[in-house]
Design a protein around this ligand. Structure first.
Ligand code: SF4
Ligand code: SF4
Length: 100
């Protein structure tokens, strides 16, 4: 990974270190085919739930992973920030409720 990507991961881990697991469980869904590993979601996540990793299967060489799902508070910042519609929050649950 590049220096900026390592820094994004490190900053996310620092944010996570200041949080507790979320009392409500949230379901994150990644669409690996769409993810270009840009790290915008990692940067914006207030709880440090996400991390970047080297991924030879991704044509850009990096992907995002849900590193600490228990810390996700369901704020949807990642979903809103992702330019490629590669991450969704509580998608199935909201679909059932008619929200999507
Ligand atoms: S999920 Fe979206 S915002 Fe996050 S790294 Fe992948 S493309 Fe970027
Ligand atoms: S919904 Fe919020 S807390 Fe959960 S991964 Fe996305 S940005 Fe982080």
């Amino acid at each position: 990974m590049e220096k900026e990507e390592l820094k994004a991961n490190q900053d996310a881990m620092e944010r996570r270190g200041k949080k507790k697991p979320s009392p409500k469980k949230n379901k994150l869904t990644l669409v690996p085919l769409y993810c270009k590993g840009c790290g915008l979601c990692v940067d914006i996540c207030p709880t440090g739930t996400l991390q970047l990793y080297d991924d030879p299967k991704n044509k850009f060489g990096t992907s995002v992973k849900i590193d600490a799902p228990d810390f996700c508070i369901g704020c949807k910042m990642c979903e809103l920030q992702c330019p490629d519609f590669a991450i969704f929050v509580n998608y199935e649950e909201e679909k059932k409720e008619g929200g999507k």
